[in-house]
Design a protein around this ligand. Structure first.
Ligand SMILES: Nc1ncnc2c1ncn2[C@@H]1O[C@H](COP(=O)(O)OP(=O)(O)OP(=O)(O)O)[C@@H](O)[C@H]1O
Ligand SMILES: [Mg+2]
Length: 489
């Protein structure tokens, strides 16, 4: 036995003096080499349990015993946090790996070991990159490498694949499978995986399901029948896009600098040409680091342009511009309360107080964060999935002509996902458009009618999903799974 929780509860205090019981009388034991998945809806206490198991927070009541030594102190486990920004503390990727290895190896070995480790996790190309310039998926890969190298007896992974592309997901799976054979592992660690996906949960032999802070199932994954709806494939969305719909956004040579022969060395866009029409749903996919998020920021006018033209012909000069739901919702939140956060956009659009308030309440209801329960909460006290919902509410309250949704499904449970789907359908029905950025091709196939495949700063394919299926080479070139003909929306 390496860890035992007896009747632990965790209560968070919130500003108005009340509290939230995030975990309630949880008891469980984890032994060496155990592989356990933790599942449950948004806000059910998964991340809180993960933090307890890794020894990063102490339960408010109950006891958490590590090994057979009652005096052994946390931190005990390594953790990959739900928000990849929380994981990294080094300046560069190499330094991040060195910081991890420092704790587990002799100093004489360390530079060479770092190079080997970078190679083993496919990170050589990123070794000298400052961590704050990494894409979301790259950050997740580095954080995973550090956790797996840490030689801790327990490794906790909180939704570690939410920003990985298909090759990244495959690599993680094989890393987890081969961990027991690896030299670094020494003693085989126990692995705890928090996930929103049923298939992913069933990779491990044991599943713990949480609901409202309590364990509702702890047993073999083979006999687990989910008591909450799990995330599954999206039903196809109906696009009302008409062939003669007006162009609402167009760009030419975006990221291309006019001066002959000159390219900004660190600019990841290499001359993008595209148009978006009213009522269109477009999927944007491509490998980790392809430039998808950067393109999204440019289209929304959130980044200084390095060259090229960008126009919103249908909305010249007015403030009704594209709206981005950022890949990491916590970066989008900065007000004191959830309500202020959502009402800020409508106020900036010049709406009067009554209208701004009504829109904000409506948006909060649509994402399942009703004002009465969540309106006065501090945004950073929300769980990962609740923060994602808040970010969607901010967008919904703006009623924009174009929404740019960067991995909008990440961290959402089944209920949250069906709300996202309804929002998307409403936007299309009202003539708005959206660009959905995701590594999840099945999701994009069902939620969009047109696809852009991006690689190394370029759009390598722009067309229908059927067209992409006829061009199988496009996806195999970037290491994505082969397309599945016949499942187009
Ligand atoms: N720092 C905090 N202060 C106050 N309340 C918090 C804090 N962190 C989490 N909570 C609340 O505790 C409950 C459990 O949160 P937790 O993050 O553990 O959920 P989760 O199951 O990981 O959810 P998700 O699927 O959204 O990631 C939620 O109601 C959340 O709003
Ligand atoms: Mg969580």
């Amino acid at each position: 036995m390496i860890l035992r929780c007896d009747d632990i509860s965790v209560r968070y205090r919130i500003d108005d003096g009340s509290g939230i019981e995030a975990l309630s009388h949880v008891s469980l034991a984890i032994s060496q080499g155990d592989r356990v998945s933790i599942v449950g809806p948004n806000g059910s206490g998964k991340s809180t349990l993960a933090l307890c198991l890794a020894g990063l927070i102490r339960p408010t009541s109950g006891s958490l015993r590590i090994g057979d030594d009652p005096d052994r102190e946390p931190p005990f486990g390594a953790i990959v946090f739900q928000a990849p920004d929380d994981d990294l503390i080094g300046e560069t990727v190499r330094e991040e790996i060195l910081l991890t290895l420092e704790h587990v190896l002799d100093v004489t070995d360390i530079q060479e070991a770092a190079m080997l480790s970078l190679g083993r996790f496919g990170l050589e190309g990123l070794a000298d990159r400052p961590v704050n310039t990494l894409s979301g998926g790259e950050k997740q890969k580095v954080a995973l490498a550090c956790a797996l190298l840490s030689r801790r007896p327990l490794i906790v992974l909180d939704e570690p694949t939410s920003h990985l592309d298909p090759p990244g997901k495959r690599d993680l799976r094989s890393c987890l499978e081969t961990l027991s054979d690896s030299v670094e592992a020494g003693v085989q660690p126990a692995l705890v995986l928090v996930t929103q996906y049923e298939e992913e949960a069933r990779v491990f032999p044991r599943v713990i399901e949480l609901s409202a802070g309590r364990i509702v199932y702890d047993g073999p994954s083979t006999s687990w029948i989910p008591s909450h709806e799990q995330r599954s494939e999206a039903r196809a969305i109906l696009s009302r896009f008409a062939a003669d719909a007006p162009v609402i956004l167009s760009c030419r040579d975006l990221g291309q600098i006019d001066a002959p022969g000159w390219r900004h060395p660190s600019h990841p866009l290499a001359g993008i040409n595209l148009e978006v029409c009213a009522g269109e749903a477009i999927g944007l996919c491509g490998p980790i680091g392809a430039g998808k998020t950067t393109l999204g920021y440019h289209l929304a006018g959130l980044m200084e342009r390095w060259g090229g033209e960008l126009e919103w012909p249908a909305h010249p000069g007015n403030r009704s511009r594209p709206v981005v739901v950022i890949q990491f919702p916590e970066r989008q939140l900065f007000c004191q309360t959830v309500m202020e956060e959502v009402a800020l956009g409508p106020k900036m659009l010049g709406l009067d107080f009554g209208e701004a308030t009504a829109r904000s309440h409506d948006a909060l209801d649509r994402v399942g964060l009703p004002y009465e329960q969540f309106g006065q909460r501090w945004p950073f006290s929300l769980s990962g999935g609740q923060q994602r919902r808040a970010a969607l509410a901010i967008a919904a309250a703006l009623r924009a002509p174009l929404y740019i949704l960067d991995e909008p499904q990440a961290a959402l449970d089944a209920e949250g996902f069906s709300r996202l789907r309804s929002l998307c359908q409403e936007w299309l029905d009202s003539g708005s458009s959206y660009i959905m950025i995701s590594h999840d091709l099945d999701l994009l196939r069902r939620m969009t009618g047109r696809v852009w495949v991006m690689n190394e700063g370029r759009i390598e394919f722009d067309g229908s999903w059927d067209g992409l299926d006829r061009n199988g080479a496009v996806l195999s070139r970037i290491g994505f799974d082969e397309p599945k003909p016949g499942v187009t929306a």
